[in-house]
Design a protein around this ligand. Sequence first.
Ligand code: 4AZ
Length: 410
Amino acid sequence: MLCPTAIFSLLCLALSVVQAVKYCGINRKNRCVAHHLCDLGFEDDRAVVNLQVTFRGNNGCESTESCCPSSKILPESEDNDWSNPPKQTKCGLVNKKGLTFTLRSADGFAQENELPWMMAVMLQTNKYLGGGSLIALDVVLTAHHITKNYGSDEIVVRAGEWDFNTETEKFPQVEIGVRKIVRFPSFNRQNGANNLALLFLKKKFVLSHHIRPICLPSENQKFDRKRCIFSGWGQDAVEQNSFMNIMKKVDLPVVGSRTCEGQMKRLKGSAFQLDESLICAGGEEGKDSCSGDGGSPLACPLDNDPERFEQAGIVNWGVGCGEADTPGVYTNVAKFRNWIDEQIARYSISTDTEESVREEEFHRPQNPTTTTRRPTTYSPEEIDADEYFTISSPVTYPPSDFPTMTIVKS
Ligand code: 4AZ
């Protein structure tokens, strides 16, 4: 606000304070405050919030806020752990109950800040392209097809996002531009083979409670029949015309390749073959990734530490969404582990010693038999986005235009 004189400045200040207060509820006697500043019930130091209430308009407050009676409003406390950098530098850690509040009955949705590796891949113009995952502090893994028509200077990645409709999250979102896109060379748009791209960022994210890389699996890691989680902001697999503002989180079984191929032959004809760079997950009614989820990660718990996650897949394609016995198809990240490591060694921002020690811990040590072996099927060739655009238009999967997202449940 522009105020010409000192008197007006004071008035302005008073006005902006008044403007920041949002009244809500019956007779507008309550105020919208961050959930953790409203004493309507806490568990484990977190405010507990009913998701249904949040969806039903939330009394005019943001999804991160409660409509709080003045007698229940708490002062912001300075002495919490969040102001310090995280002690744990390991990859793949989640914030199971969110950081500042916990959604009750959040089936199908992530808690705020629950999956700190989850990235939104956006155009500079704020258009959402798809999902991605943070695999090092300056590297995002995503699908080839969602970035295919763009150069690095058009794309930004956003960390710390949860609800696209609000910017009131306690832990702020952070956006960083892309310096270089490295796409796996032989992407096949007919069958989705080799559908992955690395986005090398202009600078590193600062490791924080709400921004942290996911682990990468070793090259020969198998996930068959494991229950894993997919997260994204694409279409609701149940109400298929609704795009999600709040991050979805769905648990899915990884389906063995033979089973998946059999199920897909039923739908796509007996000649269908699942490329070996792909894995399948899902096949349970209503639990699925969907259009607009391209590039988002499928994360599986580590065998020896189930509170931590490694990335098994990247959302690639599928036949419809949420149908029983019709799993979604994901890029098999393990198959590309060596290629990813090589690209990171080549293009990641060089680290000083202290940082590189911290960085080291973001990757699970490779199985000793695979560290020295070079993958034979994937050539470690890098291609710059600016030089490489694929030509013909897609057949089935890449979502063409991502509509503006709107709140879905009421
Ligand atoms: C898509 O169009 C898409 N049900 C992604 C995943 C699935 C279907 C479609 C899986 O991006």
